[in-house]
Design a protein around this ligand. Sequence first.
Ligand SMILES: [Zn+2]
Length: 100
Amino acid sequence: MLSDHGCFWAYLHRFKHDYSPECPSCPGVIENAEYVFFECPRFNSQRDLLESILHQKIQPETVIEVMLSSRASWNAISTFATEVLIDLRSIEKKRANDNN
Ligand SMILES: [Zn+2]
């Protein structure tokens, strides 16, 4: 989740010029892993739920520490990351289809 790879436009853009590295919902914002997980408003509802489970805001500097603090935190963060990645993958597929 922190490697900046996977389905992110910024990553894809290095290989496929069909893709924009911008977030589809935030014009002018480059979509990378940190932005998607910690900031993009598309995932506000999932992020709010996660933060209510963790009783704290998630931040790039502290997320690893929080994940390792308890099994419940680990599970909550990995569920969030999985949901975000599934969502990005379906957007990616839709864009690929639209371009064909
Ligand atoms: Zn966004």
